[in-house]
Design a protein around this ligand. Structure first.
Ligand SMILES: C[S@@+](CC[C@H](N)C(=O)[O-])C[C@H]1O[C@@H](n2cnc3c(N)ncnc32)[C@H](O)[C@@H]1O
Length: 266
């Protein structure tokens, strides 16, 4: 295991708005047809449970959703946010050591394996937690394929390249989504299906500034770690934030985050 990845995967405290703004319908819609009343579901790396809550509503009061996350502050906020859903339980736990008493019909994990240096080990762990015939669904990014139209300021292009380099240095996969089917196959999963799940944000949509602004948040929240580990200077980070904010308000037309859901059975 690459300890840098474990350290770098930790969610900074202080602002969970990017995670909170997500929902099952706006950020994991391809999963909806899989969800059935009464299912027992594990959501790994659930953050504040914003997506888990939608899953809990879909499986209904006869179902169970367990969300686990290694970030204590996110689980604490999620418990406050979703106290009205008795079928949803949020637990602070690391996925590699989580040891539930009962197995699951469905295990989902969105935007989490991209933060691991050993995604195959995580998938093997998930396989061990599924009931016979159980389903696994992983939603993840191809970060190298992100599209901005027109090109953002050079300062943000440089910040983004530093972000990719900082991640790769810790053993994280910048094309996680494209590599998932091969790993699934190696681990002996069946019925492997890949579903395109790009997030397309256009200037004309009301949430464009917030969504395109994800890279401001990354520069604000993750950027300091990148500065500390020598991947970008503090001056370059601050310039990227200022110039990108102006670009999002004035010059930006579209941003496409490239994602795929890869689904399989045991
Ligand atoms: C980018 S967030 C995704 C949150 C949510 N699934 C979503 O799609 O919005 C990744 C989450 O994975 C969690 N995480 C990273 N490594 C983990 C591990 N080893 N065990 C459990 N959670 C982990 C982080 O704390 C973080 O909340």
């Amino acid at each position: 295991m690459n300890n840098n990845a474990t350290e770098r995967a930790k969610m900074p405290t202080g602002d969970s708005s990017v995670l909170d703004s997500r929902s099952l319908t706006n950020s994991y819609a391809t999963l909806i047809p899989v969800l059935q009343k009464g299912m027992r579901v594990l959501d790994v790396g659930c953050g504040t449970g914003a997506i888990s809550a939608g899953i809990a509503a879909a499986v209904g009061s006869t179902g169970t959703v367990v969300g686990i996350d290694s970030s204590a502050h996110l689980i604490a906020k999620g418990k406050d946010d979703h106290a009205d859903l008795p079928q949803l339980t949020l637990i602070e736990a690391d996925l590699f050591t989580y040891d539930p008493a009962e197995k699951f019909d469905l295990i989902v994990s969105a935007r989490v394996l991209q933060w691991l240096s050993n995604p195959a080990a995580a998938l093997l762990k998930f396989k061990s937690l599924l009931k016979p015939g159980g389903i696994i669904s992983i939603l993840d990014y191809n970060h190298t394929q992100l599209q901005w139209t027109p090109a953002p300021p050079v300062s943000m292009q440089q910040f983004y390249q530093s972000f990719l380099d900082w991640r790769a240095d810790a053993g994280m996969d910048n094309n996680m989504a494209d590599h998932l089917p091969g790993i699934f196959e190696q681990l002996g999963f069946h019925n492997i299906t890949t579903i395109p799940a790009d997030e397309v944000y256009k200037k004309s949509t009301h949430s464009f500034v917030e969504k395109a602004g994800i890279w401001t948040k990354v520069a604000e929240l993750r950027g300091p770690q990148m500065v500390t580990s020598g991947f970008i200077t503090e001056a370059a980070r601050l310039t990227a934030i200022t110039e990108y904010n102006a670009w999002v308000q004035e010059g930006a037309e579209e941003m496409v985050m490239k994602l795929k859901e890869v689904r399989a059975t045991v």
